[in-house]
Ligand binder design. Sequence first.
Ligand code: ADP
Ligand code: GN1
Ligand code: MG
Length: 367
Amino acid sequence: MSSVMYDIKHISSLFDLRGDYVFGEGYGSGHINDTYRVIVDQAGLRVSYILQRINSNVFKQPIPLMDNVKRVTDEALRVLQAEGCKEAYRRTLSIVNAKDGNPYAQDDEGNVWRVYPFIDRARTYDMIENPGQCIEVARAFGNFQKLGANLPGAPLFETIPDFHNTTKRFKTFQAAIAADPLGRAKSVQKEIDWYLSREADCHKVVNYLASGELPLRVTHNDTKLNNVMLDDVTGEGICVIDLDTTMPGSSLYDFGDMIRTSTSPAAEDEKDTSLVTMRMEYFEALAKGYCEAATFLTPLEKELLPFSGKLLTMECGMRFLTDYLEGDTYFKIKRPEHNLDRTRTQMALVESIEKQMDAMMAVVKKY
Ligand code: ADP
Ligand code: GN1
Ligand code: MG
């Protein structure tokens, strides 16, 4: 949650919530936006909404971003309703407009806010609990990509340019080491050298995309475990959320981040890195769920599925370390060395993936 206090009651009043404000509270554990649960009394019935401040340090153009979100969620709703889904509004986010008719509202400081209906009887998980959840998560994101493949209209707006361009991420990392504004580099030389030694891996997918050997698709680009809601009763992956980075990308970015966030028994910020490991049973469940839904994958995309886990974990670790060197300006932190702890878990996970690459390849061949 942001350290800044906002007047949630006032901001809620900018939206067409058709009820009397009851209360609002900070919600969730995302690293980027400020998320609140707001409860209103609608003619005697208590109804919850999600109210979010879009992080403008991260998303420089929140209004075209909201246009993306509107296009994607409108299409999801249209498809669900055409299929006769009885709970279409539980299976996609949908935008609640502001009173002026816009899909967002701006406060007096220029912050951009949005509201979604609160998805009930479902939750997100920060830690994976069993391989069955991996199947659900991978299927949900695979189906989301299918939806993206049929999205009508012009390409989506690139909300963060070069978000997964690991060649550029590597250059930014090198620049942070050179600038070293807080003099932190010398204390993390081991970590820096570890990432620098893996430069070659950073160029692989970027080069395949540039040559056209890998296709550009509409991808979610932030497929961490807690960006999909699982039904409380059935465990089904019912709704993909956090759509801010939905834009052109590679299927490998999405699958890679699922491996990063859904195969290890350790938290992203675990201090004891000996607990971090890529569990094959969980990887197999991801591969199964994803390949069943993502029927469009090319042979090269399939071949690179195991590598995608290494790439996205490395990328994320490098981003955490860059943020640590730059003074923790991007990811929310709750303790001084939070980004450093995150950096180290990602290193341990990459090493675990590296050791199991051949076995992961054998698993992918089954699906
Ligand atoms: P961030 O970009 O900061 O990760 P998210 O959009 O992922 O923000 O939201 C943070 C958390 O809030 C999610 O992990 C989820 O637990 C919860 N959340 C977001 N949208 C909804 C919703 N519509 N219904 C219920 N919970 C939600
Ligand atoms: C951020 O917003 P959230 O918490 O779902 C980040 C991802 C990182 C992730 C690391 C827009 O995701 O790219 O992989 O933290 N989102 C953005 O946990 O940078
Ligand atoms: Mg999130």
